[in-house]
Design a protein around this ligand. Structure first.
Ligand SMILES: Cc1cc2nc3c(=O)[nH]c(=O)nc-3n(C[C@H](O)[C@H](O)[C@H](O)COP(=O)(O)OP(=O)(O)OC[C@H]3O[C@@H](n4cnc5c(N)ncnc54)[C@H](O)[C@@H]3O)c2cc1C
Length: 425
């Protein structure tokens, strides 16, 4: 019987430092959202001496930050060459390097705060799903190696044998700077660190209204009303609360994951001798890695639907078939956990952060945010402290998505389009 909950949340201690006392009447800074963006920002703001309150609608890390694939990869979500064609190579490379720095920041916080979360630089392996994707990867590797990733390794189909015990792929690229960690333990540790530095974290405090009072904000949430000089929205793919401006720019997309029972050291070494974070080249592709206790975490977009218990179960069946296609030897392995989450996707898969009418925000991490959300939380804390140059995403335009004003009715069409593209190319 599979448990319908995130492996990370089920196997980490729950953050126990949530404030039980009544909401204070005012704070210097209010952060809305208790995922990695909000937690990293709250920690940094408190360390800089601000009086900080964080408001989380559910429990700490109950959304994407506690429900992801556990990969802390460097590199952009999209193609560097395509981004350079749009923004110029200098800006595109700077954005790429921000993701490198983001992984460094996660590693540094883990060390500074002594968070036991199995952080390891195990590297990412991008795998070609089709023979023609192998050639595409080789072209991409040339640009990456020249501009930003001198240590990458391009692997032929034959060379993959030392990395992965599967015949399903046609070559790959190893990105050695990528890392992995236990996301639930990192989230609990980051929240505890923010609280230790003086931030007050309120759970079950969903925000329902924001009002501007001169230069200040009045924030209404399930725990009461609070006024703040500064406000940071760190609400990810939120479909609740007064954040219509962000919602018109972000598409919430379901992403789903299964975790097997522990495979045992030998079977794990046969399946994934390189122990890398794997991602595949299809648009509707997969991501997978081993955990410290040798489970295989296997995820993908599976269905273009939002997450719910029945949706997660149906997606779990599709993922199980995908896992068996990649690793036929694992056919009889039990699936211990099945879950889903919502990705905050932007049209170009680049996150956005900035300030609008005195309101700060960082969102749109597009399934590539376990590291960047941490960096951007910290950087937005600096921006709120007066250092506008700290925002590496400054100046990226962010128009509203035409026709996107409510629930994402167009997801099945987008899904059909991508499946057609995967079939053609
Ligand atoms: C299934 C899945 C797999 C993924 N895999 C990877 C991966 O392997 N590698 C990677 O880099 N990235 C991955 N991601 C993306 C990554 O997890 C996110 O980019 C990152 O966690 C974003 O953090 P966040 O703090 O911005 O958002 P979230 O973690 O979503 O936090 C936002 C918080 O805001 C709260 N909130 C929302 N509305 C309100 C309100 N009105 N009032 C108060 N609080 C509110 C929510 O409850 C939530 O806790 C994945 C995401 C999903 C869903």
């Amino acid at each position: 019987m599979t448990t319908l909950e995130s492996y990370w949340l089920e196997t980490a201690p729950r953050f126990a430092g949530g404030a039980a006392d009544p909401l204070p009447a005012r704070a210097d800074c209010v952060v809305i959202g208790g995922g990695f963006t909000g937690l990293a920002a709250a920690r940094a703001l408190a360390m800089a001496g601000a009086n900080v309150v964080l408001l989380e609608a559910g429990q700490i890390a109950c959304e994407a930050s506690g429900r992801n694939g556990g990969q802390c990869n460097n590199g952009l979500a999209g193609d560097l060459g395509a981004l350079a064609a749009r923004l110029g190579m200098e800006r595109a490379s700077a954005l790429y390097r921000a993701f490198d720095e983001a992984v460094d920041r996660v590693e540094a916080i883990v060390a500074e705060e002594g968070i036991a979360c199995d952080f390891v630089r195990n590297g990412k392996l991008k795998l070609a799903d089709k023979p023609e994707h192998g050639a595409k990867l080789a072209r991409a590797a040339e640009v990456l190696a020249r501009e930003v990733e001198p240590d990458l390794r391009l692997l032929s189909r034959a060379e993959l044998a030392s990395e992965i015990g599967s015949d399903a792929f046609y070559g790959g690229i190893v990105f050695p700077r990528s890392a992995s960690l236990h996301m639930g333990r990192f989230a609990a540790g980051l929240a505890a660190a923010a609280a230790r530095h003086g931030a007050r974290l309120f759970e079950q405090a969903g925000v329902t209204a924001l009002d501007r009072l001169g230069g200040r904000y009045r924030i209404t949430c399930a725990r009461g009303v609070i006024e703040a000089d500064q406000l940071l929205l760190a609400t990810g793919a939120s479909m609740r609360g007064p954040f219509g401006w962000l919602r018109r720019r972000i598409v919430p997309i379901g992403s789903f994951i299964i975790a097997t029972a522990p495979l045992g050291r030998e079977a794990a070494a046969r399946a994934m001798p390189g122990r890398r974070n794997c991602t595949t080249t299809r648009n509707v592709g997969n991501f997978f890695r081993l955990t410290a206790d040798d489970r295989l975490i296997f995820g993908g977009r599976a269905r273009f639907a939002l997450s719910s218990p029945s949706s997660d179960l149906k997606s779990g069946e599709i993922l199980r078939a995908g896992l068996e296609r990649v690793f036929p030897a694992l056919r009889d392995t039990p699936i211990d956990y099945t879950w889903g989450g919502i990705v905050d996707m932007t049209m170009d898969r680049l996150p956005r952060a900035g300030e609008r009418n005195g309101l700060y925000f960082a969102a749109g991490f597009s399934g590539h945010g376990t590291q960047m959300s941490v960096l951007m939380g910290e950087r937005m804390a600096r921006v709120m402290g007066g250092d506008a140059s700290a925002n590496p995403l400054a100046g990226l335009d962010w128009p509203a998505i035409p026709g996107h004003v409510g629930p994402p009715w167009f997801l099945p069409i987008v899904g059909a389009y991508y499946r057609y593209q995967d079939w053609r190319h």
